[in-house]
Design a protein around this ligand. Sequence first.
Ligand SMILES: [Zn+2]
Length: 319
Amino acid sequence: MKRVVVAADLGGTRLRAALVDDEGNVFARRERPTPPKGTEVVELLSTLLGQVASASATAPAAACVTAPGLVDADAGTVLLAPNIEGFRNVHLTRPVAEALRIPVYIENDASAAALGEFRFGAGRGARHVLHATLGTGIGGGLVINGRLYRGARGLAGEIGHIIVDPAGPRCNCGSRGCLEALVSGVAFANRAKRMINNGTSVVLREIVGYTEPTSQHLHQAALAGDRQSEAEIRNGGHMLGLALGSLVNVLNPDIVTLSGGLLQIGDMLLGPAREAMYSLAYGPAAATELKITTLDDDAGLLGAAAVAFERLGEVSRRD
Ligand SMILES: [Zn+2]
């Protein structure tokens, strides 16, 4: 019989939950806007996960919630989620476990995404996977020897804060020239804003109009022939490739997998990334594959489910 877990993906704008079986089939989906306050988030999570769990014909074996930001997976705590107000040192698993009466786990969303690709997606069949999430920010996760690698304090995989240009723009973390400050939804939006304020791109200014500049605007301007917008995107891709290439030389994964909204830009971003990554390849690192996620919109839920299944495996091995 197939085993079933409850998976939840807590994002800055929406909270999704569903049942997932061990073959990666997703069902009994629920989705709500993420409440603005931490206490409301915990309440909504308990309610939503309870609804999802009761939709299962067989009792779910466990649940896992993924969250953005710093997560202490062993303590079941979200230490810091920059996009949710007041979400600091919030104990998430205990109240949800009390409501559900099954083991509840928590994981950083990008780490979970790496395990999701390894178990259900583009990294299937690999032993070592390096995953990068390219969205509003840049996240990452590592699967080493078929297991999620969290590091000493759960921080492992924060590839968005690799310094690729010491003279580059200031990052939210306080450093200068982090990958995330050069290539991410926020970085491209900031770049577009500056280009409009400086009056350096008429095309971009016309496309943006009176709205708030976004990475999509920058891409549209590049497609409309604006050289500077295209150069910004290509430079971002190049920086991404330098970071990935350096990591590949350190970790020697079988495969690098990518997910996230920024992938919609396509070859303008990924071409220079691929080129830079392989230009750094040291010896056998040249054989490392680079693949796009195959999980699409379900990447978050399948990542959470993959963590729940891995945790259940750890428990049964200990018994
Ligand atoms: Zn940073």
